[in-house]
Design a protein around this ligand. Structure first.
Ligand SMILES: *Cc1c(COP(=O)(O)O)cnc(C)c1O
Length: 410
C-alpha cells in the first residue's frame, strides 16, 4: 500500500470537486450575508430571554432571517425543538387532521417511521391520531412521474420527500431531481402540501427545496446549519399558515410563535448560519477525500468521489464487521473530544441490530462535526459525515487507514 500515492490521487479528486463546489460556497455565502443585511440583524438580536418569551426580538429576528435565506414566508427556529425528528414531526402533525393522508415518496428515515406509527403500536403516533399513511416505492434514479401522480388520492394532504439518503444505500435527491418531482405534482395538485425533509441537504446546492416549490421543509440545527456551534434546536420553514400550524403543535393553539423563550444566547445560531456555506463545503471536501482513499483500497463507496453531492453523507461498504468497527474506532480516536474513548457496537432503541457510533464532537451527537455511524449488519456499511475543517477529516482518514493496515485488516 503506497499511502502517499493514494493521498495524491485523493487530493486531485478534492481539487476537481472544489472547482465546481467553490462556486456554490461563494453563492451561498453571498445569499446568507445579503439576508443578514436585508433583515438588519443587530447586536441586540444576539441575546436571550426568559419566562414566556414574549417579544423575544432575538428569536423573532432569527426566524425572519431563516425565512429570508430560504426565500420563504415564515420560519420556526427554536431551542425547544429537540431534534430533526421533532422538527419534521411538528411540520407533519401540525398540518394533518384525522382522516387526512400522508404520502411518503420513498421510505422515511428510521425515527420517522416510528413517529408515523404504521409499524408499531406506540401512543402519540400519527397513526394513533387517525392520520392515514401510504408509501410510494420511489426509484430514486428514474421515477415514473405518472405513477406518482396516480398514487396521490383525494384524501392525500401532504406529500413528503426526503432529500438526503439518510442511512440507506441510495442516491440523495439533487435539487434538479426534486424539481422534477415537485413541479408536476404541484401542477396537478396545487392545493396539496409538498413537504421536504431537508436534513443533511442544506447548503450543498445553490437552491433549497423552498426555491423550487416545496411548501414546507424542516431540519436539525446540529447538522448542516449548526456549523458545530449551535447547542441544539431545529427549524421549520415554509408557507406562513403551515409554519404557524407547526408552531401550534410546538407550543399551544393560540400562542404559536409568540411564546417560547430563548434560554441560551442566540449568537451561535446566527453565527452558525453565517458560516454554514463554508463549513458544509469543508465537510463535503472531507467526504470526497474519504471516498477516494477508501475506494482506492477496494471498498465500494457511494457517492463516488467526484460525483455531484446532494448531502454530506459518505457511505462506505466495509465488507465485514471487523473493518467497520476498526473504521469507526479510527474516526473516534482522531477526534478533538473523547479521542480516548473506544466505541463499541451496542443495542439502540429503534434498531434491530447493534449500532456503532464514532462521535468525538463538541456538541453531543452533532453530525456536521466529523462522525461515523453504522448498524452491525450486512453489508456492513459505514456512514461517515461532517468535519468542520477539511484537514481534520483528511488527517483522521489517513490515520484510520494506517491503523487498519497495521492491524492487517487491509
Ligand atoms: C438526521 C435525520 C433526521 C432526524 O434528525 P435527528 O436530529 O437525528 O432527529 C431525519 N431525516 C434525515 C434524512 C436525517 O438525516
Amino acid at each position: 500500500m503506497d499511502i502517499e500515492l493514494m493521498i495524491q490521487k485523493a487530493e486531485k479528486c478534492v481539487q476537481q470537486f472544489d472547482k465546481k463546489h467553490n462556486e456554490i460556497i461563494e453563492h451561498n455565502s453571498k445569499k446568507v450575508l445579503d439576508a443578514f443585511i436585508k433583515c438588519n440583524v443587530g447586536n441586540q438580536h444576539l441575546g436571550h430571554s426568559s419566562g414566556y418569551g414574549y417579544d423575544d426580538i432575538a428569536r423573532d429576528k432569527l426566524e425572519e432571517l431563516y425565512a429570508t435565506v430560504f426565500d420563504a414566508e415564515a420560519a420556526l427556529v427554536r431551542q425547544q425543538i429537540i431534534s430533526g425528528t421533532h422538527a419534521i414531526t411538528l411540520a407533519l402533525s401540525g398540518n394533518l387532521n384525522p382522516g387526512e393522508e400522508l404520502v411518503y415518496l420513498g421510505t422515511p428515515y428510521d425515527t420517522l417511521q416510528t413517529v408515523i406509527g404504521h409499524n408499531n403500536n406506540l401512543p402519540g403516533t400519527l397513526s394513533k391520531a387517525g392520520i392515514k399513511y401510504r408509501e410510494f416505492d420511489l426509484d430514486y434514479e428514474n421515477f415514473q412521474i405518472n405513477d406518482i401522480l396516480s398514487f396521490i388520492s383525494a384524501e392525500t394532504k401532504i406529500i413528503a420527500i426526503q432529500r438526503s439518503r439518510g442511512y440507506s444505500w441510495r442516491n440523495s435527491l439533487t435539487i434538479e431531481m426534486l424539481e422534477k418531482l415537485i413541479t408536476p405534482i404541484k401542477e396537478k395538485f396545487p392545493d396539496k402540501i409538498i413537504f421536504v425533509d431537508n436534513c443533511y441537504g442544506e447548503m450543498t446546492d445553490k437552491l433549497e427545496p423552498t426555491n423550487i416549490g416545496a411548501d414546507l421543509i424542516a431540519g436539525s440545527l446540529i447538522k448542516n446549519l449548526g456549523s458545530g456551534l449551535v447547542p441544539n434546536g431545529g427549524y421549520v420553514v415554509g408557507k406562513e399558515e403551515l409554519v404557524e400550524n407547526a408552531a401550534y403543535k410546538l407550543t399551544v393553539p393560540g400562542c404559536g410563535r409568540e411564546v417560547g423563550a430563548s434560554i441560551t444566547d442566540n449568537r451561535p445560531y446566527y453565527e452558525a448560519l453565517f458560516l454554514s456555506p463554508m463549513i458544509v463545503g469543508e465537510a463535503l471536501k472531507g467526504a470526497v477525500f474519504a471516498a477516494s482513499m477508501l475506494e482506492q483500497i477496494g471498498f465500494e463507496v457511494s457517492p463516488a468521489p467526484t460525483a455531484k453531492r446532494a448531502d454530506i453523507i459518505q457511505a462506505i461498504n466495509m465488507k465485514n464487521s471487523e473493518n467497520l468497527i476498526a473504521f469507526c474506532q479510527g474516526i473516534q480516536s482522531n477526534s478533538p473530544i473523547d479521542s480516548y474513548a473506544l466505541p463499541m457496537p451496542s443495542p439502540m432503541p429503534g434498531y434491530d441490530c447493534d449500532i456503532i457510533m464514532a462521535a468525538g464532537s463538541f456538541i453531543q451527537g452533532s453530525t456536521i462535526e466529523l462522525s461515523a455511524d453504522a448498524p452491525l449488519r450486512e453489508p456492513f456499511t459505514a456512514y461517515m459525515q461532517g468535519g468542520l475543517n477539511y484537514y481534520h477529516v483528511k488527517y483522521a482518514i489517513i490515520n484510520t487507514i494506517k491503523d487498519m493496515y497495521a492491524k492487517g485488516l487491509i
